[in-house]
Design a protein around this ligand. Structure first.
Ligand SMILES: Nc1ncnc2c1ncn2[C@@H]1O[C@H](COP(=O)(O)OP(=O)(O)O)[C@@H](O)[C@H]1O
Ligand SMILES: [Mg+2]
Length: 224
């Protein structure tokens, strides 16, 4: 087996003196793989995703990205790591209301890749067209439907060509039909872009579209 893209080794997370939210979790995600994370509300799904994306750090255990332990790096390095290697999509789109869709998807390119403007612009145009929003690039989020806003959020997550795409209940505010088509799109983009996809979802039918399902119960991993 090839080396994992990202690996958790015996990861535990606790807040203060409370019971651990995540306990003894180990998992390995290969480049380009798709994985669903399911489990009841409060079981630690978002915490797990945040640890995978270096938005949060474990209380104990290791997070290895391409075999490098993230614990050795400081905040600046981790911020650049998130910007370059990880894309996030959340239940709410978190688009900036005063910017157009096109400007929103370019925001992550402004931070650490000022010299990448032409490439980023071409990529933004290509991806916006790819997700069916070629005609809506200059619309503001308030002028878009819920499904369209989530597609803009997906393009923004992919704009820096990350190796890992993390989606935390990305379909949570969509109806079943739109939810299904958003997940289809995520899986298609996973293949086309070669990006590993980890998706948290409540919907079993959506989870089954991923290559693997992991189930969390009170912070511990089982097989879904
Ligand atoms: N920043 C935090 N401080 C304290 N407790 C937290 C924090 N974030 C999450 N928790 C707690 O951790 C548990 C798991 O939360 P979460 O990972 O959001 O679960 P899920 O996404 O599966 O609903 C919950 O009991 C939640 O209240
Ligand atoms: Mg959650």
């Amino acid at each position: 087996m090839s080396m994992p893209l990202i690996e958790l080794r015996d990861v535990t997370k606790r807040y203060g003196k409370d019971e651990p939210v995540i306990q003894g979790v180990s998992l390995a995600i290969q480049a380009g793989e798709t994985l669903a994370v399911v489990g009841p509300s409060g079981s630690g799904k978002s915490t797990l995703l945040n640890i995978l994306g270096a938005l949060d750090s474990p209380t104990s255990g290791q997070v290895l990205f391409e075999q490098e332990d993230l614990a050795q790096y400081g905040d600046d390095w981790l911020a650049e790591f998130r910007n370059r290697q990880v894309g996030f999509v959340f239940q709410r789109h978190h688009l900036l209301p005063q910017l157009t869709a096109f400007e929103n998807v370019l925001v992550p390119t402004l931070v650490t890749r000022p010299g990448w403007k032409d490439t980023a612009t071409e990529r933004a145009e290509r991806l916006m067209t790819r997700v069916g929003l070629g005609g809506k690039m200059h619309s503001r989020p308030g002028e878009l439907s819920g499904g369209e806003r989530q597609r803009v959020a997906v393009v923004r997550a992919l704009i820096n060509a990350p190796k890992l795409l993390l989606a935390d209940e990305p379909t949570g505010s969509l109806d079943a039909v739109l939810a299904g088509s958003l997940v289809d799109l995520l899986v298609d983009l996973n293949r086309e872009e070669g990006v590993a996809l980890v998706m948290v979802t409540h919907a079993e039918a959506l989870a089954r579209r991923m290559g693997k399902i992991l189930e969390l119960h009170a912070g511990k991993l089982g097989k879904g």
